[in-house]
Design a protein around this ligand. Structure first.
Ligand code: HEM
Length: 117
């Protein structure tokens, strides 16, 4: 059970890496746009995150205030990708504030995960 939980955590981290990595590639290249890979990463992190939100394979309490905060942040990122992606299709561009918010909120969630115990 513990090993299985570690594997799910590993998958969760892969989702984070795919989301943040694909965002960073665009940011460094100064391309203010969303790519499908960002949604793939978010989906992987979300599915694995939900599995980790249940208390199995551990012998300590989960911090549900933290987990709920992370869920809210994830939903905001999803809304930004959805709304911004829609605009990108219609007008060819994403509002820069939406693009930068996705990177900042992704890092915020990783920070919450690691720093808030
Ligand atoms: C963009 C979204 C997310 C990012 C970047 C992210 C990032 C991370 C990272 C880096 C860890 C490893 C922390 C550690 O083991 O010290 C982690 C663990 C974890 N995440 Fe996420 N996460 C996200 C979304 C979610 C969501 C939506 C949930 C649940 C609804 C969730 C639940 C958890 C749980 C339960 C753990 C296990 C460690 C703990 O209890 O804190 N995560 N996350």
């Amino acid at each position: 059970m513990e090993t299985l939980r570690d594997i799910v955590l590993y998958i969760h981290l892969i989702g984070f890496a795919v989301l943040f990595g694909s965002w960073l590639v665009e940011a460094v290249a100064r391309r203010i746009r969303f790519t499908p890979l960002m949604t793939v990463g978010l989906t992987i992190a979300a599915v694995a995150g939900f599995a980790l939100a249940a208390p199995w394979g551990i012998d300590h309490e989960l911090n549900y205030v933290k987990i709920t905060t992370k869920l809210v942040v994830l939903l905001i990122i999803g809304a930004l990708l959805g709304i911004g992606g829609g605009r990108q299709k219609r007008t060819g561009s994403v509002p820069p504030a939406m693009f930068w918010a996705v990177g900042v909120l992704t890092l915020l969630n990783a920070g919450l995960a690691v720093i808030w115990r």
